[in-house]
Structures are given as C-alpha cells and as structure tokens.
Design a protein around this ligand. Structure first.
Ligand code: FPP
Length: 217
C-alpha cells in the first residue's frame, strides 16, 4: 500500500539547540531546515501529503520569546515561500498574532492552485478541539455518518493518514490528529528533529512498506 499521507511530530528542537549551547529558540530555524530536507525526500518517494505539528494550543503556555521564535520561523517561511507545494493550515489561525495569521492567509492563497506535494501545517491546533468542532458541525447538519463527521475535521479532503512519526524519543501523540490516526502506522524515533535527514525518511518509508496493514480485518 503506498504511503500517501505522513505526519511528523517535530520534537527535540529545543534540546538540539541546548546541546550546542545555543538558546532554545535557535532550534526552530534548524528545525525548519530539517523540515525542508524531509519534505524533499518525501516528494522523491512520491508521498502526496506531509502534515506537521508546528504549534499546539497547549504550546500557548510556553515563554513569550519561545512562542515568538516559532511564529517568526513560520511567518518568514510563509512570506518567502515561492515553490510548487500547496500549503494548508489547520488550527485556530484567528487566535494567532495578526502578522502570523496574515502570513498564513497569504501563503494559503498564493499556493492554492499549486500541484505539488501538499504541506499541511498544524498551528495553534489541538486534536480534541478539532473533534469537538466536527461534532458541532455534525449536530448542525444532523449528519452523524463517518463521512459527514469527517467533513467537519480540519483535515477534510486530505487522504487517510497512513503514518505518524514522532522524533525526540517520547512515545506519545500529544493531541495531534487524534481522529485521523485511528489506523496510522506509528514510528517513534530517538533522533532530535533538526538531525533528521533523507536517509531517515527512506528508512521510515521502507519500514512502512514492509508492514502489514490489516485495518482490523
Ligand atoms: C517541539 O519541539 C516543536 C515545536 C513546538 C515547534 C516546531 C516548529 C518548527 C520546527 C518550525 C517549523 C516551520 C514550519 C514552517 C512548519 P521542542 O522545541 O519543544 O523540543 P524539546 O522537546 O527539545 O523542548
């Protein structure tokens, strides 16, 4: 079965910077470089959608300088992006600082007709919030079918989530794509996110292709 949709929990940026005696905030620029390497290799391996966890609703509790560093990394990426990917966001975008929200709308609009890989970025996102929102829509539409419910999720329209990868050594999902990962293959990698490279992507995809997926059957 092809790997169409892979999601990454990009953990370990702060630790990567600390290990180099750098401020934690510098880990996010290194994390963006890793993301570009990972996406390029995913595209080579014919992956159609890459979802990434850039900022959870819980991350709002982090120190202001750290939040700003993540937001600036995302904002600068959005405002300077000039490639072939189609870039989508999921999460409470209106709850973000205005300059960040503007950059999100700008890049979504700019890349809307692009035909390359889809990069789906979770920003100010919570999996539980997304499920509750979908429940409200299902209630409004009086449609409690699986298809009807899924049309209310932020990931609506994307292919099924085949695999979730978390770097940084922790083995948990941390409120990321909780509904979507029902039958995803899970990968937990000890490496810190900024250390991820093309070989790591190949190893994940090769292992995915070797796994038997039974979907409960
Ligand atoms: C968790 O690692 C990661 C984050 C909170 C944010 C990651 C965001 C980026 C790498 C920027 C991505 C850019 C775009 C455009 C999507 P952590 O720093 O909390 O790790 P730690 O466990 O070492 O503290």
């Amino acid at each position: 079965m092809p790997l169409n949709h892979i999601a990454f929990i990009m953990d370990g940026n702060g630790r990567w910077a600390t290990a180099r005696s750098l401020p934690r905030t510098m880990g996010y620029a290194a994390g963006l470089d890793a993301l570009k390497r990972v996406i390029a290799q995913c595209a080579k391996r014919d992956v159609k959608v890459v979802s990434v966890y850039a900022f959870s609703t819980e991350n709002n509790g982090r120190p202001d300088n750290e939040k700003r560093a993540i937001f600036d990394t995302v904002k600068n990426f959005n405002n300077s992006y000039d490639g072939e990917m189609k870039i989508l966001y999921m999460g409470e975008i209106d709850g973000l600082p205005e300059d960040v929200a503007d950059s999100v709308r700008y890049v979504e609009d700019k890349t809307a007709d692009n035909k390359g890989l889809i990069l789906n970025i979770a920003l100010n996102y919570g999996g539980k919030d997304d499920i509750i929102h979908a429940c409200k829509l299902a209630w409004d539409h009086n449609d409690f079918t699986v298809e009807g419910f899924e049309s209310g999720l932020a990931s609506c329209g994307l292919p099924a989530l085949d695999a979730v990868v978390r770097t940084g050594g922790e083995k948990r999902l941390s409120n990321f794509m909780l509904y979507e990962c029902a039958y995803s293959e899970l990968f937990f990698i000890d490496k810190l996110w900024p250390d991820m490279n093309e070989d790591d992507v190949d190893a994940i995809i090769d292992e995915f292709e070797g796994r038997t997926r039974k979907f409960g059957k």
